[in-house]
Design a protein around this ligand. Structure first.
Ligand code: SAH
Length: 386
């Protein structure tokens, strides 16, 4: 069997419950790109079996610990457990995450369900090698009408893998109709962001709907996730996204749901917040859900100033008694750093703000306790006093 020997630091990391070993902690490799390998420590203790990458900084992703084999039965068990967990969540909707990589002990694998179809991402060499077996198991266990590989994320380039989108099983239509709570969406699984929708915000949308009222400003709206979920509670909704395509989808999704109080604008949120402030506009509810401003450690300072700016302007545009739903999906900006930014925005805006709810990514995107990287989405629901 192909083998990788890690140094003491690599061994300690595995013991600490983290499944990744960096290239710098690998002592010896007797394996090819994408192999399933046996991992041993510096004194030949068998640590488990893993996915191996000869390109990524993350050279090893553990699948098992100790003597357990990463065989067909293990893959099947992991898939079935992940699926059974989602069934137990009784999610109100037909689109949700079935497999969330590390947190389902299937590192670098994402599988989302959109109605009768599955959309998969294999984000490492090893998972790419396993894809045909994963597809066969998913087809057997779930009998979907089709499985699409959305293997176009840029991280695949770091693995030396091709970026490609292809149907791996059955047929997949250009548009899939799904529901999330009471909202109906038309999803484009081939071109939509991520696998089509931002499924990780589902529960935050439901939570936000408990506070929404009056005039709502939904910024970075994409296909209208928050706008459409909150619109029934509001008089007037303004949804903003920089992408014309996203804005066209907000409009068609609003129509599909018979929501005639939603206006969608294709604009840059930074410019529009400034303009709304200049015009003296006020809102009862504001959602800030930007893309990850900090994609890596180097971009953290710039990201913090971006978060500060939108939160500062958001707080100024909010009526006293109004609610701000503010999110960050940057793993590199932790919960406390994000809270600090919001506090500093509140101080600069000279407003008093209370935290009504502190939330995270939806339960179908679980956080693995020993892997901080799996806690990426922070969402605070705040109330402006006064
Ligand atoms: N709130 C959405 C998800 C947001 S994803 C939901 O619940 O589904 C981030 C969105 O921000 C993307 O659609 C992207 O097009 C948009 N975006 C990125 N930079 C922007 C900017 N400067 N101004 C407006 N929209 C922007």
């Amino acid at each position: 069997m192909p083998t990788v020997i890690v140094n003491k630091r690599g061994e300690d990391r595995i013991e600490s419950g983290h499944p990744w070993i960096y290239r710098s902690d690998v002592a010896e490799v007797r394996a090819e790109a994408g192999d399933i390998v046996r991992v041993s420590g510096p004194r030949n203790r068998v640590l488990g079996e893993a996915l191996f990458s000869d390109r990524s900084q993350i050279a090893v992703r553990m699948l098992t610990r100790g003597e357990a084999k990463a065989d067909e039965a293990l893959l099947r068990r992991r898939l079935e457990q992940a699926i059974a967990f989602r069934e137990a969540l009784k999610i109100e909707g037909s689109a949700y995450r079935l497999i969330h990589g590390e947190a389902d002990l299937l590192p670098s694998l994402v599988v989302d369900r959109y109605g009768d179809y599955l959309v998969l991402q294999a984000l490492s060499q090893g998972m790419d090698t396993l894809t045909p077996r994963i597809v066969a198991l998913l087809a057997e266990v779930l009998a979907p009408k089709g499985i699409l590989a959305r293997n176009d994320p840029r991280v695949r380039l770091l693995e030396g893998l091709e970026q490609k989108v292809e149907v791996l099983h059955g047929e997949v239509p250009a548009t899939i109709e799904v529901t999330e709570g009471r909202v109906h969406y038309a999803v484009d699984p081939f071109h939509g962001q991520k696998t089509g929708l931002f499924l990780d915000q589902r529960e935050n949308r439901t939570a936000a709907a408990n506070y929404a009222s009056g005039r709502l400003l939904d910024t970075f709206s994409y296909n209208g996730g928050f706008a459409l979920a909150l619109a029934p509670q509001c008089d007037e909704v303004i949804a903003i996204d920089i992408s014309e395509d996203a804005v066209a989808r907000i409009r068609s999704n609003a129509e599909r749901n018979g929501l005639n109080n939603v206006q969608a604008r294709a604009m840059n949120v930074f410019d529009e917040l400034r303009e709304l402030e200049r015009r003296g506009e006020q809102f009862d509810t504001i959602v800030l859900d930007p893309p990850a401003f900090a994609k890596n450690k180097a971009s953290v300072p710039k990201a913090l100033s971006g978060y500060k700016e939108i939160n500062l302007r958001g707080l100024k545009l909010l009526k006293p008694g109004g609610y701000l739903v503010t999110c960050s999906c940057s793993y590199n900006v932790g919960e406390s750093a994000f809270a600090d930014v919001i506090a500093s925005a509140a101080a600069d805006a000279r407003v008093d703000v209370t935290v009504v709810e502190k939330r995270m990514q939806a339960r179908d995107h679980p956080v693995l306790m020993t892997v901080p990287e799996t806690y990426y989405l922070k969402c605070f629901i705040l109330r402006k006093l006064g």
